[in-house]
Structure formats: C-alpha cells, structure tokens
Ligand binder design. Sequence first.
Ligand code: MG
Ligand code: MG
Length: 256
Amino acid sequence: MINRRSPSELEKLRKSGLLVYEVLKTLSGMVGEGVTTQDLEVAAEKMIRDAGARAAFKGYYVPAAGTKFPYVLCTSVNNEIIHGMPSARRALKKGDIVKIDTGVELNGYFGDSAVTVPVGEIGDSLRKLLRVTQESLEMAIAQARAGNRLADISGTVEKHVVSNGFSVVREFVGHGIGTKLHEEPQVPNYVDRQHENPRLKEGMVLAIEPMVNEGKPGSKVLKDKWTAVTTDGKCSAHFEHMVAITADGPWVLTRP
Ligand code: MG
Ligand code: MG
C-alpha cells in the first residue's frame, strides 16, 4: 500500500526535508582538496543532533548487507555509486566527484536527499554526467503529478540518461518515504513491465534518486557489504529529492 499524507503530515515531512537540505548545503560548501569524508560525517552528525533530529541512516538495518549501517552519511567517491562509508583515510582530491547522501528523522517523519559535488575542476565528461543526472531528476520531478503513473517518472529518467550516452543503475532504486525511511512504492530509474505501475495520487511522497553511470550500467557490492561500485570502474553520479504530489503539482520537500 502506498501511504498518502495529510497536509499536516506533509508539513512535518517538509521540516525533515529542509533539515536534510541545510546539512547537504553545509557539507557541499566544505568539500575541497584534502577534506576527508570523515570530516563531512562529523559535521553532519553535529548538525543533525543540534537540530534535535536523529540520523536515519546510522543503525539502519539492511537484510542484504546483514548488518546495520554505521554512519550518518553515505559518501561515495568517483566509481562508488552509493552506500560508501565515511573514512578519515579518504581525503578528497582535485577532479574527484563525491556523492553525499543523508537522511533524518524529526518528530517521527523522515527526510532523505543526495547530491554529487565536484572537488575543484572536473573534466568535461564528468561535468556532463553531473548535469545530465541533475536534469533527469528535475524532469522526473515535473512528472510527479496526480493522474500520472510511476512509469512516467522512471521512464523520464531513463530516456534522458540513455539519450545522453550514459546508463542507469538497476540494482538500486528510489522509494516512498514518510514515517519510515523506505516505504512503498519502489521508484526505479528505468521502465520494466515487471514493475508495478501505480497511478500517482495527491499526498504520496516519493524519494526520486537517479543513479547514473558514465559507462555500463553494472554494479557490484564490495566486501564491506555496503559500498556499491561500477563494474567497469567508471564514475557514477547521484542526485535525490523528496517530492510530494499535491493539488498544486510537485512539491520538492528537500529544498527551499
Ligand atoms: Mg538518500
Ligand atoms: Mg533515498
């Protein structure tokens, strides 16, 4: 069942969404040569605690990994797609791209968003990868309207990505979000007739999150049980927003 949220619930999700926005904005400003992903983790943990919220990723159990995720952030560099773990040994270098993904729980309602941040100047191909990924998210958000179907979102991402010569990751998907971090439905970044294709209705809240590979679509999970990397070693980009479907159209909860 896909939950539909009342206006007062949407306001709570909005508060969580804006906190995630503030955290990601601060961390994006910190990114630079020599900064470690652990530096970002420490800053995020403090901001979330100071806001009276709980870090939603820390301690989150995923059956496929068989363990609880130990950090506030997922920090994934270059060929790491998602679920990378912050480390004091991972200093960012000029030309890297770092994906920062985080979630919070505030008053029982969750927020979840992700950005990909360049470290200094990056090459043309990576610049295009980030632009196309971000564009695919914006185009998908525009499809988050009552009366459309889920595949309108998925298909919009897939079409824009593929027509620009990149590929979408298939093993990881977006999701509904509300009083749990991950709720129904799954929100894939590609269309497959095996997926359910529900009609979108007012009050639904979706975390739309294109994960786009520079090269082939394949991914594999490292021995740490979490970090997903591209199988061809090329880079991957990730942007995510939480979007409420309202009578007035899509409402992006994770930006002002
Ligand atoms: Mg996320
Ligand atoms: Mg998410």
